[in-house]
Design a protein around this ligand. Structure first.
Ligand SMILES: Cc1ncc(COP(=O)(O)O)c(C=O)c1O
Length: 372
């Protein structure tokens, strides 16, 4: 399989990731729920993983990182901490849009037709009633990376909580929570961090007021009927996914070993190569803006052809892509693809240039056979 669906979940995983899951199956007990060897092994594994994540995002205190099921879980928990009006953008995933719609009282800043967000427009929208900004670091439809540093600076000056959805950037673009003034960072384990599905996390800065999102066992203070309000227990009700977190540990170590900048560079080259090759195919429309910084995500359409039919054709030739709306309805409205969706190609660290050559040949064949 030629796998161009890394924005959905990364594949393949580095071999160290599989090894660490097997090791956890053999060794893991319940973390924080026992003093015997296997429980302590798990507690240590969790702490070591927090340390590696903290080092990746320049977080000073590893215990400010809590594990969650995915980015969606982390974003729901983050949004539950917000007071006042929330500012967001038209490039968000439903894991931001849906919790905001349930909560209400939010203002959506529109990106331009290319999907570029002007940070100044977002900053201008901040007012005395604004309590938080929730925004994606990179769009999962266009791949465009937003200038979160500028927004973070404005938020910090005005005392506004700054929440970043790093689902598409963790492990791919350098993130420094201090330099970027990020108060809450939400990330997923199974994309750029090469972990398993069912893992993710949330970093919450020390000055943020905490409130548990779920209530249950925490392995501590059993006679207190209230769930702990300290990090990381505040967001870790119930037994953690130790096996998945062991995988995340190995995934983050892999990212650190290769280097985030090298990963970004490789994905950027693949993306540029794809864009230049696909631009030469008559009949393909690319949703791209070469002026912007991108993660390895590109959306295309072939006017006159259905996106599912294109993706199915590619799949039959061994190429995995994703057609449709990618859980980001407003992003599609923004770039004008709300009727058709797009076919999304998303490249990862293990992709090769030859795979792109082959995919472009298959796209040409599709056009000859279906569009004429
Ligand atoms: C920008 C963005 N945010 C959030 C998510 C949600 O991630 P998860 O499904 O791991 O919760 C995704 C997943 O595709 C995404 O692309």
């Amino acid at each position: 399989m030629i796998y161009f669906d890394n924005a959905a979940t990364s594949w393949p995983k580095p071999p160290e990731v599989s090894k660490s899951v097997l090791e956890a199956i053999e060794k893991a007990g319940n973390p924080g729920r026992g003093a015997h060897e296997s429980a302590l092994w798990s507690s240590y594994k969790l702490y070591e993983t927090r340390e590696k994540i903290a080092s990746l995002f320049c977080i000073r205190e590893p215990l400010r990182v809590a594990f969650t099921l995915n980015a969606t879980h982390a974003l729901n928990a983050a949004i539950s901490l917000c007071m006042g009006e929330i500012i967001t953008t038209s490039m968000e995933h439903n894991s931001v849009l849906r919790p905001l719609a349930k909560r209400g009282f939010y203002n959506t800043i529109q990106a331009d037709q290319k999907g570029r967000l002007d940070p100044e427009r977002l900053i201008d929208a901040m007012s005395g009633i604004t309590g938080a900004v929730v925004m994606t670091h990179a769009s999962n439809v266009t791949g465009i990376v937003n200038d979160i540093k500028v927004v973070g600076e404005a938020c910090r000056k005005k005392g506004i909580l700054f929440i970043v959805d790093a689902a598409q950037t963790a492990g791919v673009i350098d993130i420094n929570v201090n330099e970027m003034n990020i108060d809450i960072l939400c990330f997923t384990g199974h994309k750029g961090l090469f972990g398993l599905q069912g893992t993710g996390g949330i970093y919450v800065a020390p000055h943020v007021r905490l409130k548990p999102f779920m209530h249950g066992g925490s392995g501590s203070r059993s006679f207190d009927i209230n769930h702990p309000v300290d990090m990381p227990e505040c967001f870790e009700a119930g037994t953690m996914n130790t096996h998945g977190i062991a995988a995340l540990n190995a995934g983050v170590e892999f990212v650190q070993k290769v280097g985030v900048r090298n990963i970004e560079r490789h994905e950027a080259r693949l993306r540029e190569y794809f864009v230049s090759k696909v631009s030469d195919i008559p009949g393909v429309r690319i949703y791209d803006d070469s002026r912007c910084r991108h993660v390895g995500v590109v959306s295309i359409t072939i006017p006159g052809a259905d996106c599912s039919s294109i993706s199915n054709y590619l799949s039959k030739r061994g190429i995995a892509t994703r057609p449709g709306f990618h859980c980001a309805p407003l992003a599609h409205k923004t770039i004008g693809t709300e009727e058709t969706g797009t076919v999304r190609f998303s490249f990862g660290y293990f992709n090769k240039f030859e795979e792109i050559d082959y995919a472009c040949n298959v796209l040409e064949e599709y056009i000859k056979e279906h569009v004429g």
